[in-house]
Write a protein that binds this ligand. Structure first.
Ligand code: SF4
Length: 270
């Protein structure tokens, strides 16, 4: 193991067993949740918009929709998509386009980079203790003034507390400082809420040295857990979307009403 990403850290903290199924055992995924597929299509379409804008080009609606539809098609061709009860592909597709329209109405910022890859050594910011592995990932968007923007598509609204403690933003801020040898100017989460009447929420936050120390501590404990093969399952509403439910000892024997009860009783995920 030579690297960790913020999403691997989040997954380990959410459910250690799911982390093991995905990253240690490399089990095939029999399906993809509609939420994951939608998020992936939406992100790649946003990235296309940003690249167009950075090249000084327009964003013709017809092309934009074609790109969105083509990405949906690729998702379907790749694997089975599992929709939620009452959810339809067409409704999701229309919702996605409505959300893209809303985004195009937002004030435009000057941009520095879209989907920017990073790989930096994981090191305690004060003591310089090294973990011996890299932190890897992608910045969704870096604005010209060095603001890091992360895009989310969620069914629920977020709040400022979620954003202030967001592990991904701490990881990105840490990586930005290592890559560019200066702190990010600011941090933003743009959350697209997938309601019947969709909306965009924009949250701004900041990161201090203390947050980077917390992040290093988390990464170190997760790394120790993985190295010692500690993979503890954690049930909650996320189990309903888990691709490994059929092999999970805590999930596979439950009847539908029991599954519904677990999903209701969950704690908030990371
Ligand atoms: S079904 Fe739930 S507890 Fe089991 S591996 Fe998946 S997320 Fe973890």
């Amino acid at each position: 193991m030579d690297h960790l990403s913020a999403s691997q850290i989040n997954l380990y903290l959410l459910c250690g067993l799911k982390y093991k199924f995905q990253y240690v055992d490399n089990l095939p995924k029999p399906f993809k949740s509609s939420a994951l597929a939608f998020g992936s299509v939406f992100h790649s379409t946003l990235s296309w918009i940003h690249n167009q804008r950075m090249s000084g080009k327009d964003v013709p609606r017809e092309t934009l929709y074609r790109i969105f539809d083509a990405d949906w098609y690729c998702q379907k061709a790749d694997t089975d998509i599992r929709y939620k009860e009452g959810e339809k592909e067409l409704t999701l597709s229309l919702l996605g386009k409505e959300m893209l329209e809303l985004y195009l109405l937002e004030p435009q910022k000057e941009l520095k980079g879209s989907e920017v890859h990073f790989s930096v050594p994981l090191m305690h910011p004060a003591t310089k203790e090294k973990l011996g592995i890299d932190l890897e990932g992608f910045f969704d968007l870096i604005e010209a003034d060095d603001t890091i923007t992360e895009f989310k598509t969620t069914a629920q609204t977020m709040n400022q507390g979620d954003v202030d403690g967001h592990i991904q933003l701490s990881a990105y801020g840490y990586a930005f400082e290592k890559l560019f040898q200066k702190p990010a100017k600011g941090f933003k989460i743009v959350n697209f809420v997938k309601k019947k009447k969709p909306k965009i929420e924009v949250f701004e936050t900041e990161r201090t040295a203390v947050r980077y120390e917390e992040f290093f501590f988390l990464a170190k404990e997760v790394f120790k857990g993985i190295q010692s093969k500690t993979f503890i399952p954690h049930t909650g509403y996320w189990c309903g979307d888990c691709e490994y439910g059929a092999v999970c000892p805590l999930w596979k024997h439950l009847k539908q009403p029991e599954k519904k009860a677990v999903e209701k009783e969950c704690a908030t995920p990371y």
